[in-house]
Design a protein around this ligand. Sequence first.
Ligand code: ADP
Ligand code: MG
Length: 672
Amino acid sequence: MEWGKPVSQLFMIGPAYAKKLRRLNIFNVGDFLYHFPFRYHDYSLVSLISQVQVGEIVTISGKLKSLKNIYTRYGKKIQKAEVEDKTGKIEITWFNQPFLINVLKIGEYYNFSGKIDFFGNRKVMVSPEYEIKKEELTHTGRLTPVYPETSGITSKWLRTKIAWLLKNLEKPVTDFLPEKIKKENDLLEINQALKNIHFPESLKIAQEARKRFAFEELFLVQLKVLKRKIDWRKKKLAYQFTIDQEKILGFNQNLPFEMTSAQKKVCQEIISDLSSKEPMNRLLEGDVGSGKTVVAALAIFISWLNNTKSILMAPTEILANQHYQTLKKMLEPLGVKIGLLTSSNKKPIANEVLVGTHALLFNKISLDKLGLVIIDEQHRFGVKQRSQLLKKTGKGQKTPHLLTMTATPIPRSIALTLYGDLDLSVIDEMPVGRQKVKTWVVPPQKREAAYQWLKKQIKDNAGQCFLVCPFIDISETLQTVKAAKDEYEKLAKNVFPDLRLGLLHGKMKSQEKETVLEKFRQRKIDLLVTTPVVEVGIDIPQATIIVIEGAERFGLSQLHQLRGRVGRNQKESYCLLFSNFTSGKTFERIKALEKINVGFKLAELDLKLRGPGEVYGISQHGFFDLKTASFNDIDLLEKAKKAAEGVMKKIKQYPLLQEKIKEDTIKNVEAN
Ligand code: ADP
Ligand code: MG
């Protein structure tokens, strides 16, 4: 029997079942054997009937004495049976399984595995699994696998088929994992692992089998990532920039501050990429406020010195505008002309360096003399943009250097798997003098007091405050969630009549947005009611307070981003998290912000609590998923990575592996 043989050709599986199996992603024998249980019923405790205890889950073995359907008053059918062994009798009850009458034979010997309960004053076994007594058990008397099911396909059915398959393989499955790797990582051989993940003798051996498959999955992911990296290097050509140290010195001297050593380090890494003939493909990671923009500016300057065009993309118009202003300050004195391209500013004055939103710029990119593309604060780290760029660059054409910047830290596990083909630079240090933002979760009963405190801060301490609501319009929300427009009216009228309030949200025209922000910048507004549009990038250093409504609706990394709007100068800064939750998991989750102020740690925690699908929008987009392994298993990840690196060097010696990484079983990240 072959690994790739379609399931429809298997014993007792017709087209109808084959169709249902497709819903479980089972198409051939290999898929079938790789449909793993997610847990096991422990039916390994075998008991004599006279000794069963109420509450126990046991297996009994005996002769079926009687079986009948009983109709209850409510029209339901109950099945009652009596089973006997040499020590006594016990009653068995099933619910709504009238077909059992035709399946089980009176006088025959069976195993029954299930829970013992009280029924009136008798011990009864309730809804057990059953199976004819025989040598090799599948459903009873052992650890019994429980599988992901689909309608019309039960675990019992799957169990029967998989047991049959395992027994009827014509020859053992060939193991594609090299001996050496199995030995070094203490992994089961594939046939052993298959047997023991489905029908283990103990939970311990089941665990070992699972480890083998988790390792195998991570190992293959790593190999594919390595291959992608090698392919990108081999095929593409970039502009090889010459680096003029003198000019770089000039750039530095024009800055109002000295770069931190972390900034200097990543600049060096980027410079080294830019002077290579392979295109840079780098992710720059740095906590909010760590100063990524200046690094981007330097890269742009180098591209400009080499007579190629650069573009800088931001996720929002507000941020594009801000970057435009910043770049002007940093680069215009050096002779660089900057152009801004937004929906309200369609005719940029220059195009050597273009700043704009992701959406706008992408339509406009011409690869003609394009030397550098920088993508700022793109949540999914420019995956889409990368693939678009790759598609645009044909054979022989030059590919721009690519720098993606993010403040959403990628936990090591994700960096190793999903983005393993990117080179990583990290700014792991804040500019001197930055304050830790004091953070409190504020329960409903303290809201009033918090408003009073806020008033005092603004009046007596010249504080300025962002107040973030999850939504714009009340109609978008349940009445319990704050919406910016509505909240703005209410606060202005009832709570802060003597303060200057402003309103900023995503549906305003860009000119209106700019006007409001400019007023806030000039301190003509004390309190800015807004939506998460301020989440990324906004840099108004004198604002020292941020209040976040409905905090539980945001992820930890997002809250940290929002909080990063303050604490940008020497003054003490504050973050108030309003929530209706006062206890429980959700409450504890946001409480973490009171103690943890390192973005990277919050991301790790978020990942643990909510999973990569939620945090990185991965599962919704369906471009990546781990089946057996987990993103939390760093240890195994590191081992798989090491093993993959060793093997990749001499991949030609492993034809089976080469074949495996050619198949696109894991959908390619670039394909999204
Ligand atoms: P982010 O990494 O979040 O994009 P920015 O680049 O917006 O951060 O920088 C945040 C603020 O810190 C800006 O006001 C910037 O001028 C300032 N800044 C950047 N680097 C330094 C530094 N080395 N020393 C002092 N201030 C700096
Ligand atoms: Mg930024």
